[in-house]
Design a protein. Sequence first.
Length: 199
Amino acid sequence: MLCKYCKKAAVYKCRVCGSLLCAGHTKLGTMCASHAQKLDFTYTICKVASERGRSVIRDLVKRFWGEEEQLTFDKKYVVTKLPAYAAKTNNRFIGFISFASVAHALVVVALGVLPRYQWSGVGNGLMEKVESEAKRLGKKEILVSTSNDDLPALAFYQLLGFQIFEVKPNVIAEKHGTVLQGIGGLPVRDELRLQKKLI
């Protein structure tokens, strides 16, 4: 799936016309509820246990972020080596979530849903699996971070009950050795940290 305008890998979908877009061609805007397009499809979520599943996650991670290694909460993680859940429809992977356990919390390291299936409940379903896992393990909270430009992710997490509790200035720019251009042309510099209390 490629961006409608430049043929780079698409990671977002226009909520009005459904066009697939890269971060550079995504624009920020306001939209009424009647224009939110919902797909009518069924999907399942399962724990990733096979090498095939990890291979698909590897491809998705490279598509969304360009690399397997993610820096979050001052620690580097290789996404494909972490526990994960995957969403599938018609036996095709459409999204995943990977996470790591720390002393009192589960950290969501990566969450990605293919553009066509965004805003259809898949991300919510994946987050519900991680929340159930955190409760089963007796964790007190779930942690997640996002970049300062990723306003769709920031909205998504806050709608699920997460709150911003810390901003780490320039962490992402330092990791990449430069300031990248993000969604809507915003400079990608900072890590925004969010938490959801479970107890």
